[in-house]
Design a binder for this molecule. Structure first.
Ligand code: NAD
Length: 284
């Protein structure tokens, strides 16, 4: 068997089209375009590149994405003041704080300060609590991207066995809850899981977000399974590869996302989608 490729680029084109319509609707209803504030601290070049690409994506859709670069030595009080000003700014519907922060800053400052109504990357305490309780919530954009692919490709989840490899706060753990809330039977694996293959072989839907190139091979995948590779690993030559050994898994799986060209194509778009839906989420 050769798996169907779940083509992130094609899906992203469709999503972009839908978001442009949502952006027009937002502007008509509210009299101004939706605004996303991107906060970063320090002058990490990768972070600057990411900000620019997010701003380009926003511009194409019709969202105003404004970057705020704080100095590398900003302290928690400085970060808190910046977030509080954005919380109070009516032209801003979404706030993204780029991670990782410089190590002297506490991630708790963002989680506690960012207004949950603007927390479009789902990292605040309230967002995490809402997700846990299955209340309407922003979710981390990578998790939203995985669900967008599953939904747009009409992958059934009810009663299916879903295995998530990775249990971080930003990907594996929230994704496990989202799949549970879609009535899948979910297992979450992590670095201390013994005999990983015994778990992955049970998966009808296998999502891998471990950050380890080639972790999942064809021998670890149930024939016909849907495999979503979230991993982004940089090879020595600078090229990107996922956590799934594509060459062997494509021969066993029923469907698979490539890396590059899979989940990563949707992540930024999900931030913009949540920015466009922010007002509706909180007025519901
Ligand atoms: P993380 O390092 O915070 O967490 C990794 C998780 O994987 C941990 O729970 C760890 O226990 C588990 N893990 C690590 N090695 C393992 C192993 N050998 N077996 C089983 N479990 C193992 O990473 P993260 O932020 O969750 O990101 C995970 C991957 O997803 C990374 O490659 C990251 O670059 C990628 N990522 C991609 C996108 C995207 O848009 N596609 C977005 C965010 C993260």
């Amino acid at each position: 068997m050769t798996a169907t490729i779940l083509d992130g680029k094609r899906i992203a084109r469709d999503v972009r089209h839908d978001l442009a319509l949502l952006a027009q609707d937002h502007e008509q209803r509210h009299g101004h375009p939706a605004g996303l504030a991107i906060v970063r601290a320090g002058d990490d070049p990768a972070s600057a590149v990411y900000t620019q690409s997010l701003q380009r994506a926003a511009q194409k859709i019709g969202v105003v994405a404004t970057a705020l670069a704080l100095p590398a030595d900003v302290d928690d009080d400085g970060l808190r003041s910046c977030l509080e000003a954005l919380n109070a700014d009516d032209s801003v519907q979404g706030i993204l704080t780029q991670l990782p922060l410089p190590p002297h800053l506490s991630p708790a400052t963002i989680a506690q300060t960012i207004d949950p109504r603007k927390d479009v990357d789902g990292i605040s305490l309230r967002s995490a609590g809402n997700l846990f309780l299955k209340l309407p919530s922003f979710v981390p954009s990578t998790c939203a991207a995985v669900l967008e692919i599953l939904d747009r490709c009409q992958i059934p989840l009810v009663s299916r066995r879903a295995v998530v490899v990775g249990a971080s706060n930003v990907v594996g753990k929230p994704l496990s809850f989202l799949l549970l809330h879609r009535d899948a039977t979910v297992t979450t694996c992590h670095i201390y899981t013994r005999d990983l293959a015994a778990w992955t072989l049970q998966a009808d839907v296998l999502v891998v977000a471990a950050g380890k190139a080639g972790l999942i091979t064809g021998a670890m995948v149930k024939p016909g399974a849907v495999v979503i590779d979230v991993g982004i690993n940089v090879r020595d030559d600078g090229s990107i590869t996922g956590d799934v050994d594509f060459a062997s898994v494509v021969e066993v799986a029923g469907a698979i996302t490539p890396v590059p060209g899979g989940v990563g194509q949707l992540t930024n778009l999900m931030l913009l989608k949540q920015t466009l839906l922010a007002r509706d989420l909180w007025s519901a």
